[in-house]
Write a protein that binds this ligand. Structure first.
Ligand code: AMP
Ligand code: ZN
Ligand code: ZN
Length: 408
């Protein structure tokens, strides 16, 4: 009984510690902050979700700012590769987070994500520089309440304040935290702030992109954005911050009668398979790549490639973490092992499918007003954000010229 009580206390203390920001012990030679840049990701918010329901708060951003005709994702259109491309400006083969789940032969370890993931908090996995590291290196502060890998130490650096990822804090409390950080004075004030909402993606998987539940989740996020906008307005700083809202990918319906059962084509005992659903990567145990490749050729609703022949448009090559065979499903089809079935919605397909597009909207002193611009690719945002914060970008695959059309 006594032990149970003690355990309960430890559990409560653990819960409390999860919902607290962590302050880093970086240098204290910070310089004057520049115009704050707030970056928010709404996971799985497809480019056309604005048409589903009134979004008065998103509209306050778009009408006073810019909206792109979609944010084109990088392959694979999954959460971690895309969030890392947004904040490093590199394609996944160059930033190293080639999927949500993959194997690294030199570490002999698997990478995986989710609340509590040890790998997702370990900077050894990342092979490019996230923007918060660029910011902190140039003596400005970054403060982040959730962004993939913002809770990892990278090049010995962490954001000035950050949280270990957890699903539990409410969406409103995430916005409240950003506002509280903006209340800091002088050199304690952040130049870069970021946060993240998971709800639209979670619901999109569970009920499908055309469900009424997705509409409810859009409304919930719109309200949280409203909380942020009101807080900025009350502080008299709404026009003094650059606010960017992005998403990492879209979502498409994945009906259960559109399954490709991988076991119908290859002997699963002779290979290692990684992933499933929109794509599967395959490593033959005996290294007989040609044999497996031949077995997977000419299957309806799929395409198969040897790693070295994967089309250039995917920018997905040249990293040991990519397996020798890449098996791709057509939009809405799911590659599954026996006994597995897809959830009603998914993503991870070829970024050329418009359904995989995310969003890019923004407002603030740097942005044009009431401007609708072209689709842009997410790898170009890093250069733009560095430009807005007056910092020198690290090595990346993006180009500032691609986003200049949105800027004043
Ligand atoms: P996906 O299915 O590719 O959209 O992945 C979404 C999932 O990523 C979320 O439901 C979370 O479980 C996970 N996730 C998001 N942010 C983080 C993070 N910072 N650390 C660990 N896992 C995360
Ligand atoms: Zn996602
Ligand atoms: Zn998802």
């Amino acid at each position: 009984m006594k032990n149970a009580k003690i355990l309960m206390w430890f559990f409560l203390l653990f819960l409390l510690s999860c919902d607290k920001s962590i302050k880093s012990e970086n240098s204290n030679n910070y310089i004057e902050p520049t115009t704050p840049l707030i970056l928010i990701s709404v996971d799985g918010f497809r480019w056309d979700y604005f048409d589903k329901v009134e979004t008065p708060n998103f509209d306050r951003i778009i009408n006073n700012g810019i909206k792109a005709d979609g944010l084109k994702t990088v392959y694979p259109s999954k959460t971690f590769p895309n969030h890392l491309s947004i904040i490093t400006g590199n394609y996944p083969s160059n930033h190293g987070i080639v999927s949500n789940y993959f194997y690294d032969p030199s570490f002999d370890e698997y990478y995986y994500i989710g609340a509590g993931s040890v790998a997702a908090q370990d900077g050894k996995w990342i092979q490019a520089e996230p923007i918060w590291v660029t910011v902190e290196k140039q003596l400005k502060r970054a403060m982040i309440m959730f962004w993939p890998m913002s809770d990892a130490e990278i090049q010995g650096i962490r954001p000035s304040e950050y949280y270990v990822y957890s699903d539990s804090p409410t969406n409103i409390s995430r916005m409240e935290q950003l506002l509280n950080w903006l209340d800091l004075d002088g050199r304690n004030k952040p130049t870069f702030l970021a946060s993240y909402f998971s709800i639209v993606d979670t619901i999109g998987h569970r009920y499908g992109p055309n469900s009424s539940e997705v509409i409810d989740s859009i409304i919930e996020v719109d309200e949280a954005i409203g909380h942020l906008l009101n807080g900025l307005e009350e502080r008299g700083i709404l026009n003094d911050v650059n606010l960017l809202i992005v998403s990492d990918h879209g979502m498409v319906e994945t009906p259960i009668d559109q399954i490709i059962n991988i076991a119908d084509y290859i002997d699963l005992d002779s290979v290692v398979t990684i992933g499933g659903g929109p794509f599967m990567e395959i490593r033959p145990n005996d290294n007989d790549i040609e044999n497996v490749y031949q077995q997977l050729k000419n299957i309806d609703h799929t395409q198969v490639f040897k790693k070295e022949d994967f089309p250039e448009k995917f920018n997905y090559y040249n990293n040991d973490r990519i397996e020798p065979i890449i098996f791709l499903a057509d939009e809405g089809w799911s590659i599954q092992k026996p006994g597995r079935s897809p959830s009603p919605g998914s993503h991870g397909y070829d970024p050329d499918y418009k359904s995989m597009d995310g969003i890019f909207i923004a407002r603030g002193p740097a942005f044009k007003e009431n401007f609708y611009g072209p689709q842009i690719q997410s790898v170009h945002l890093y250069e733009m954000m560095c430009h807005l914060m007056e910092i020198v970008p690290a090595q990346n695959d993006g180009s500032l010229a691609e986003t200049e059309v949105f800027l004043k």
